[in-house]
Design a protein around this ligand. Structure first.
Ligand code: A3P
Length: 279
């Protein structure tokens, strides 16, 4: 049985049988990005928590006009069925860089919790290239070399979208127009790779979840080179498209980018009142 329930403060759809009643409800937290920051790993890891229900696919409600026009009932219909005491979380990395999304999310719920995961900006760009390269390969199309992706006539391509996405402060400024800093928790994507349980513990605290996910939920997979998950005894690695080998980039090119990002990174650190292991 499906029933729509509407109220000023909440929108939910319920499904019941004689044993239980589960609901689709608006998310209490959203992973807003950044693309290639480790968003899939983050949501898969959070899904191990017994108090959390996650939407498996990227919903793209706030950033895609055609979805936004379908309204909140459509958004709710994209959420997982869960008991009402569970925290629903969705992730759509495109939200972070979309100019309309902060205001739209704020209109829906000004108290929502926002999770952002960032990584060293040059590495994030190379990850984006690797992703695009493999997508093209899958459809048997060629893609430019990493050097052509990054540089034109030996200089950084300033108009590159991937470069813009790594200018975290630009996008963060837009979010801070609508939400105070304490609405956000920023996950260190590089640390999530090294010691995932430590980063997840911080997220649990921010989301006011009971601390549950410890190192016993992970095992290091030598072949993959990443931590994989143990879910009720079942071992599972985050999907194959994540964690692929990156192309070689000459140290001099990397250095050029580290220098380029130095000032933007400082601005980001100042906006969010913390630093990361990259500068
Ligand atoms: P690479 O594929 O470039 O290594 P997103 O999910 O936002 O697209 O981010 C993808 C990135 O998540 C991967 O980038 C990978 O480095 C990172 N990641 C973090 N933890 C991971 C894990 N446990 N398994 C696989 N990838 C992980």
């Amino acid at each position: 049985m499906r029933r729509f329930t509407w109220s000023m403060s909440s929108t939910s759809v319920s499904s019941s049988n004689s044993y239980s009643q589960t609901f689709q409800q608006l998310p209490g937290a959203i992973i807003i990005g950044v693309r290639k920051g480790g968003t899939r790993a983050l949501i898969d890891m959070l899904s191990l928590h017994s108090g959390v229900a996650v939407s498996q696919k990227e919903v793209h409600f706030f950033d895609l006009q055609k979805n936004y026009e379908k309204g909140l009932p459509w958004y709710v219909s994209q959420m997982p069925y869960a008991f009402p005491d569970k925290l629903t979380i969705e992730k759509t990395p495109a939200y972070f860089t979309d100019v309309h999304t902060p205001e739209r999310i704020h209109q829906m719920n000004p108290d929502i919790k926002l999770l952002l995961i960032v990584r060293e900006p040059t590495l994030r760009m190379i990850s984006e290239y690797t992703h695009a390269f493999h997508n093209r390969l899958r459809i048997q199309k060629q893609y430019m070399s990493i050097n052509d992706f990054l540089l034109k006539d030996g200089e950084i391509k300033l108009k590159c979208i991937a470069l813009n996405r790594s200018l975290y402060y630009v996008h963060m400024q837009n979010w801070l127009e609508y939400f105070p800093l304490d609405s956000f928790h920023i996950v260190d994507g590089d640390e999530l790779i090294r010691k995932p349980w430590q980063e997840i513990n911080k997220v649990e605290r921010f989301l006011k979840l009971e601390p549950q996910i410890n190192s016993s939920y992970f095992y290091f997979n030598e072949t993959k080179g990443f931590y994989c998950l143990k879910d009720h005894g079942q071992e599972q690695c985050i999907r194959e498209s994540k964690g692929r080998a990156h192309p070689y980039v000459a140290p001099a090119i990397l250095e050029k980018f580290y220098q380029y990002f130095h000032e933007p990174n400082k601005k980001f650190f100042s906006l969010v009142s913390r630093t990361f292991n990259w500068s």
